[in-house]
Each structure stands twice: as C-alpha cells, then as structure tokens.
Design a binder for this molecule. Structure first.
Ligand SMILES: [Zn+2]
Ligand SMILES: [Zn+2]
Length: 104
C-alpha cells in the first residue's frame, strides 16, 4: 500500500476518525499571546499547517483547574488543492482534538 507519487488532492470537506490521532502525533502546541498555536502535519494532504486556538475559550470555565475540551481543527495548509473556494484555506479536512487546559 505504498503511494510514492503524490497526486494533487482536490479540496473536499471531509473528516475521518483517524485524523485527530494522526494530527496529534505530529502536533506541537506553542503558546502565543493570542492563544495556543497548533503546528503539525495535515493527516489528509500531508502539508504543514497551523491552527490557532484561542485559550480564552478554555480559561473562561469557572474554577476548573484542568478541563478537556473537544476543539474543532481544520486544515489551513498553503498547498494547492483544486476546487478550493477563494475564501477558504487548506484541503478541507477537519477533525476534533482534545485539548487539556491547565490553569497555572
Ligand atoms: Zn494541503
Ligand atoms: Zn490538508
């Protein structure tokens, strides 16, 4: 099941159960002033991408020290994917990661 010649991947809004795990394996969270920046490889198209998660979403929960929040993530790569709407980015793949917000 090798696929040595990468072919252009058309834009499609799709998800799969394996996406979240595959993304988490490559994902590196970086704390920024605007939130947590998740940098990793898109599990669908294989391009590098990053996604900003506003931490305010998590820290708004009252009095909870640690919380796992399902967070929607979508591909934001710069690769060319045929059929992508002008206002959109990435290859269309989306998935949900579980972020643990820990109050410090
Ligand atoms: Zn891509
Ligand atoms: Zn992608």
């Amino acid at each position: 099941m090798s696929n040595p010649a990468p072919s252009p991947l058309p834009f499609a809004e799709v998800t799969a159960e394996t996406y979240a795990e595959a993304f988490s394996a490559t994902c590196e969270p970086t704390e920024t002033r605007r939130g947590v920046l998740l940098t990793g490889t898109c599990p669908r198209c294989g391009d590098r991408m990053d996604y900003l998660v506003p931490t305010g979403v998590f820290l708004g929960a009252s009095g909870t020290s640690a919380r796992v929040r399902p967070t929607p993530v979508m591909c934001t790569c710069n690769g060319s994917h045929e059929g992508r709407p002008d206002a959109d980015e990435g290859c269309g793949a989306y998935w949900t990661v579980e972020l643990t917000a820990v109050a410090s």
